[in-house]
Design a protein around this ligand. Structure first.
Ligand code: DON
Length: 334
């Protein structure tokens, strides 16, 4: 740090310790999902999405039909509006986690969704009124022979972090500061527009979107282990993946290979991977008032959406693992 003119002192490093926090846990259509707590927004936002979507028979809507994509986009833009407003490091800000993921709040969010028309993101604010404001990435899913499961996502933010290796130490420095709202109200690298709760403060943890998650069946048995990189898209990636297996009955390989879509409140736009939406579906979504954009710019750092690594435990105990074809991971068993 001294050599590179950095700000961080030995004392800063010594006092920055891992924080043990209880995972976020919620029910989705009879399954129990255990996921990452704040200071990642992943588990809480995943729960908020699931609670709103439980009020709809999602699996009855044809997969990637205009009706299905519209519904997900409407739910996601609301969940991200809340995420960007209410979530930050719980050591610094009071987070209304219970209300955020409650059935009654989900019902009130549902009541604002039209199944025919897109609500412009400018008309979608954060929904919890009572809350007072006090003033590159890798995922591993592991299951062992005894049925223990681990979901780990780890990040240095963008590719190669700040693109500097500490000479003699051999590791890269991250650029995680971009996960803070460096200037509240202004978009970060992933286009997330976040507020004061996630402003920079000494010793504070930045708001992540990492969503390592473990899904169990209603009898408590392990069903699914999942996670992904992808910046702001991580939460919708993981949600789609869980929904693909729970709502659409896909196997693990199909669930992570099929093309994905994304909406994060701002920009007010549905992104879709090449090949994921039929021209008629895109036309129908535009007619509903959505902006729709194909995410395929080979020069972009993130032309695709995410990189899921998942393991499914079949009811007979067989493990099926799959690695996303997007970035070149691998599924291994031994
Ligand atoms: O913690 C976060 O939300 C970000 N640092 C993740 C960045 C990321 O996934 C980049 N890789 N695609």
């Amino acid at each position: 740090m001294r050599r590179g003119g950095g700000l961080i002192t030995l004392e800063d490093l010594a006092t920055y310790l891992p924080a043990w926090r209880d995972p976020v846990q919620f029910e989705y259509r009879g399954y129990t999902v255990t996921s990452m707590p704040p200071s990642s927004s992943g588990g809480a936002t995943l729960a908020a999405m699931a609670k709103i979507l439980e009020g709809y028979e999602l699996g009855d809507l044809a997969w990637h039909s205009a009706a299905m994509v519209h519904l997900l986009a409407e739910v996601w833009k609301r969940a991200y509006a809340d995420r960007n407003t209410y979530l930050g490091d719980p050591d610094f800000v009071e987070i209304p986690l219970d209300s955020f993921v409650s059935a009654s709040y989900a019902a009130s969010r549902r009541s604002q969704i039209s199944l025919e028309r897109a609500t412009p993101s400018t008309a979608v604010g954060p929904g919890l009124e009572s809350y007072e404001r006090d003033h590159n990435t890798t995922h591993l899913s592991v299951v062992d022979g005894a049925g223990n499961a681990v979901a780990i996502t780890t990040t240095i933010n963008s590719f190669y972090g700040i693109k500097a290796v500490v000479a003699g130490a051999g590791f890269l420095l991250n650029n995680e500061m971009d996960d803070f709202a460096a200037k509240p109200g202004t978009a970060n690298m992933f286009g997330l527009v976040q507020g004061e709760v996630n402003a920079i403060a000494p010793g504070k943890r930045m708001l992540s979107a990492m969503t390592p998650s473990i899904v169990s069946r209603s009898d408590g048995s392990l069903f699914y282990v999942v996670g992904s990189p992808g910046g702001a898209t991580i939460i919708t990636n993981v949600f789609q993946n869980i929904s693909n297996v729970v709502d659409y009955g896909m196997n693990v390989a199909a669930a992570l290979a099929v093309p994905r879509i994304h909406h994060q409140h701002l920009p007010d736009r549905i992104d879709y991977e090449r090949g994921s939406l039929a021209p008629t579906t895109i036309a129908a979504l535009k007619a509903m008032g959505h902006a729709v954009r194909e995410r395929f710019d080979p020069s972009s750092l993130y032309p695709y959406i995410g990189d899921i690594q998942a393991i499914m435990v079949l009811s007979d105990g067989t493990l099926e693992g799959a690695s996303d074809p997007r970035r070149g991971g691998a599924a291994v068993g031994y």
